[in-house]
Write a protein that binds this ligand. Sequence first.
Ligand code: URP
Ligand code: ZN
Ligand code: ZN
Length: 464
Amino acid sequence: MSTRTVIRGGLVITASDEVHADVLIEDGRVAALAVPGTQEWGADRVIDATGKYVIPGGVDAHTHMELPFGGTFASDTFETGTRAAAWGGTTTIVDFAVQSVGHSLREGLDAWHAKAEGNCAIDYGFHMIVSDVNQDTLKEMDLLVEEGVTSFKQFMAYPGVFYSDDGQILRAMQRSAENGGLIMMHAENGIAIDVLVEQALARGETDPRYHGEVRKALLEAEATHRAIRLAQVAGAPLYVVHVSAMEAVAELARARDEGLNVFGETCPQYLFLSTDNLAEPGFEGAKYVCSTPLRPREHQAQLWKGLRTNDLQVVSTDHCPFCFAGQKELGRGDFSKIPNGMPGVENRMDLLHQAVVEGHISRRRWIEIACATPARMFGMYPKKGTIAPGSDADIVIYDPGAEQVMSAETHHMNVDYSAYEGKRTTGRVETVLSRGEVVINEREYTGRAGHGTYTPRSTCQYLT
Ligand SMILES: NC(=O)NCCC(=O)O
Ligand SMILES: [Zn+2]
Ligand SMILES: [Zn+2]
């Protein structure tokens, strides 16, 4: 039986337009938009969005639910993490399946499917972390692209764990140039960083703030430069993940000015937090340990600028939560043992709306960097990332005037602290639809584990 929902009277904001419109949803998809009050669509459900924004559900292209890291696991499961994402107005995540060294890509992907299937509140897709480039893996990359896993993360950091050397990176890039895959790069010179870690610990520098000091901006910029030139040699596009250093933004800007298909992602933590947080008293700084690390405040202005000039195209969360108690504490007395990662999947849409309120970006750019471009970049547009006839009805009714205070007391992520504890923001998610089903109804969770379905993706739709 066909179900029809109408969202009336809101300001529909997409990456390209802002228009007052009524939205008709039929069988999980957007069926039509019309000038408010001009269409008498019969509907099973009418949602009044007067005075509210009607925006596409967020697309968070960088999450790590249940990631094994540093002897523990990211504390959000696919169930808890996707529910929290829905609370925060995100309706699609792309998580990272992991190939372990000595195992195939297929084994890693199957394992991640098993973790996610039947558990997600919202739709999800997978990138593949390639930790072991060899002839077999390279062949497997072709198969994965064909079945909708069209992006591959490689690490220039974490020697002995996820690390690839330049030869392995070049080979994977050459392969992706042929099969249409997109290489996502964790760009930090991990070999050099490990030397600095060893030297810092030998000097007795064990506090969390030293995590930021050894992972130098110049070593992010150097790796970014190297990744860009390797991609250029391979004739492949490149997407650099979690960019935090202004010197790395400069490398991306230069490559883009040269006309290369090089893209950059940053994350809310780099836009709103800094080394001041890493230096909080006692062991508090452990809450902010992630890689690339938080940088001194002056980097933030350059990240915002990069987002305005499109030298950075996407804001994702790199959501990788570890509880302070029992997990971050693994690194007391040795910062290099603090599991790397921060929570944020629930906060991204609100923090970026706060950036609109503060004048860093426009409303349409908010939707572009948080919804439309990640959907395009990772082959899901216009199914995801916009509100247009035929699109999935992944829609958020957003109250731009509501005030809130971020806190671990009230958030829904399975982690015992908020990186933004006490932060006041303007704007709040009211109601969320995922493929036409209301999963958050006026700030009440009405979704269910298993509603979210796996989304195979096409190749990158953002190439010039
Ligand atoms: N970013 C981070 O600190 N942890 C997650 C793994 C990664 O993205 O490198
Ligand atoms: Zn990374
Ligand atoms: Zn990550």
